[in-house]
Design a binder for this molecule. Structure first.
Ligand code: ADP
Ligand code: ADP
Length: 224
């Protein structure tokens, strides 16, 4: 599903002329729940951004579903991202003036028919446990509910990959556990879920661990 080879990333205007990622390689299978762990500044966000087509690598190959996105132009990358990856942020990034269902409809590309989009958005909110709150605004729901709305939005175009950067960073531990459970369910239905986290509660529960350290990525195999 994902095959990364000789991946390096150097920021053109980085203060020190060092690599944010150095010669990284790994593979991820479809339906895996991948935790990306590591200290602040180690390169986790850079790795996630490259895998989700937000940033281009300096060199190497990044094959996702057989396509090497490392060779894509910015324009091609943006188009690819729209239907191939759903992105989830720490601070949710919902539009406050739109209801939850309208937020979920925003990225939908498959149809111009508003009624069909609304129906699909409602189905996704049902999947993430928010059907009853579809017509509320983000400010009137909890942090966990906002993140579940953002996850429904990430699923809008049925992408094979979900990429989340510290998705539970603003949530208490019980709510974080609920978000993690939702990711587990998505992985069971065949989505490949990648998420950066500092939360060691998830360390033993993911199907794959990638440890990022000073721009290198190590696979940490499960001992049990
Ligand atoms: P993490 O997510 O693990 O905290 P990052 O991927 O954000 O790490 O950063 C890895 C390294 O790349 C750090 O040294 C950081 O300062 C540098 N870096 C990140 N983004 C940029 C950027 N846009 N320009 C220059 N350097 C950057
Ligand atoms: P959070 O606060 O939720 O972690 P940020 O606003 O810090 O999210 O965004 C994380 C990173 O993703 C930033 O480096 C930002 O440049 C990038 N980013 C945010 N929104 C988008 C977007 N819609 N498309 C591409 N990159 C984005």
């Amino acid at each position: 599903m994902i095959e990364v080879k000789n991946l390096s990333k150097k920021y053109p205007n980085g203060e020190h002329q060092d690599y944010a990622l150095k010669n990284v390689q790994f593979e991820v299978n479809k339906g895996e729940l991948v935790g990306i762990f590591g200290k602040s500044g180690s390169g986790k966000s850079t790795l996630l951004h490259i895998l989700s087509g937000i940033e281009a690598p300096t060199s190497g190959t990044v094959k996702i579903d057989g396509k090497d996105i490392a060779g894509f132009s910015n324009r091609a990358l943006t188009k690819w991202r729209g239907t191939n990856v759903g992105i989830v942020f720490q601070s949710f990034h919902l539009i406050p003036t739109l209801t939850l269902v309208e937020n979920v409809m925003l990225p939908m590309e498959f149809s111009k028919n508003r009624k069909r989009k609304r129906q699909r958005a409602l189905d996704l909110l049902e999947q993430t446990g928010l059907f009853m709150k579809a017509n509320q605004f983000p400010e009137s729901v909890s942090g966990g509910e906002r993140q579940r709305t953002a996850i429904a939005r990430a699923l809008a175009n049925d992408p094979p990959v979900i990429a989340a950067d510290e998705p539970t960073g603003n949530l208490d531990s019980q709510t974080s556990g609920e978000i993690f459970n939702l990711f587990q369910v998505l992985a069971e239905t065949g989505k490949t879920v990648l998420f950066v986290t500092h939360d060691l509660d998830f360390y033993g529960k993911v199907s794959r661990r990638l440890q990022v350290q000073d721009g290198s990525v190590y696979e940490v195999h499960k001992t049990e």
